[in-house]
Design a protein around this ligand. Structure first.
Ligand SMILES: C[S@@+](CC[C@H](N)C(=O)[O-])C[C@H]1O[C@@H](n2cnc3c(N)ncnc32)[C@H](O)[C@@H]1O
Length: 311
């Protein structure tokens, strides 16, 4: 826990604060030096990455309770907004292949690069499609069917914006993200952006990972013991977890007048870990209930429907 290992803490603080300054003033260099992809540090083959995006795509529709045979009908003509696609817009490609009209992918960091490996990932995703879907996917590239030629902006537009905010208004029928909301620097601003971007009948579906992202030591929740200022000095510019718990998401949804149609945990912490960490929690987490502290990830589905409309 923070404060229990002063020497290790001091080393971590110095290293993390220096690298945070690098991320602040040279974000592109920081991404290159750390080799970030958005999918962790392990080396993956193009096929493994393609399989990951296919899994993400399938899970969005399982969560939305859209049967595989209904996906084309559901997506027909829809405009997609994806927050934080990582380094390759694989899910956006699949959305368009299966009927969506276009996709905007927005990020706070310049992550996307159509490197040889990532072009291969996109090619593998196309290989797995039937002829009709393959033809639609082919239209996502400047030279149809050639990922290395770059993205065709009419189909997939990639935006790097301060705070990762799209600035769109009434322009998205389906908003998606996976392993992103726990990284955003201003959760309220991201939900406000989402609300503005959603069309009246639009739906947003997000998977959120509340685990430590490798930043805990002895207890999976001990990263919640770092005081807020220290945490921010060490990680604010690197897109590391913002540490908000599910209670904060509920409050933010409500403050932005978004209706929650699904909020379901994916992983739960052990009660013993919660009890051990509770006396050391940093200020923002002290009033969080045991139940809410136990959520280490969740699925969220929300929309703009007002209560009266929804009933
Ligand atoms: C863990 S990665 C997940 C990438 C991808 N969704 C996946 O599942 O592989 C987090 C992504 O969120 C992005 N991100 C961080 N802060 C953001 C923000 N404020 N708005 C939008 N994206 C952000 C990161 O740059 C990165 O692309």
């Amino acid at each position: 826990m923070y404060g229990r290992h002063p020497l290790a803490d001091a080393g971590r603080i110095i290293h993390a604060m220096l690298t945070d300054q690098l991320a602040h003033f040279a974000p592109r260099l920081y991404i290159e030096l750390t080799g970030q992809t958005g999918r962790g540090a392990s080396r993956e083959s193009a096929q493994q990455i393609a399989d990951y995006f296919k899994k993400c795509f399938d899970e969005y529709f399982q969560t939305l309770e859209v049967e595989p045979g209904q996906i084309r009908h559901y997506l027909a003509g829809k405009r997609i907004l994806e927050y934080g696609p990582g380094d390759v817009p694989g899910v956006a490609l699949l959305m368009i292949a299966h009927g969506a009209d276009s996709a905007v992918c927005v990020d706070r960091f310049p992550m996307v690069s159509i490197s040889a490996t990532n072009a291969e990932v996109l090619a593998r995703l196309m290989d797995g499609l039937d002829e009709e879907a393959k033809a639609r996917a082919a239209s996502c590239f400047q030279r149809p069917g050639a990922p290395a030629s770059g993205l065709c902006e009419q189909r997939i537009r990639y935006l790097v914006k301060p705070g990762g905010l799209s600035g769109l208004s009434n322009a998205a029928d389906l908003i998606i993200s996976r392993a992103v909301l726990e990284h955003v620097n201003d959760l309220h601003a991201t939900f406000a952006d989402m609300r503005n971007a959603l069309s009246g009948t639009g739906v947003a579906v997000h998977q959120v990972d509340l685990k430590s992202h490798g930043l805990h030591r002895d207890n999976p929740l001990d990263f919640l013991t770092w005081p807020v200022l220290w945490w921010s000095w060490m990680y604010a510019h690197k897109g590391m977890p913002n540490r908000w718990r599910v209670n904060r998401y509920r409050e933010t949804l409500s403050a932005n007048s978004l209706r929650t149609t699904l909020l379901k945990p994916t992983v739960l912490a052990d009660q013993r870990d919660i009890e051990e960490v509770r006396p050391y929690l940093a200020a923002p987490f002290r009033a969080v209930s045991d139940e809410d502290l136990s959520w280490l990830g969740f699925w969220l589905v929300c929309d703009k429907t007002t209560q009266a409309q929804g009933e």
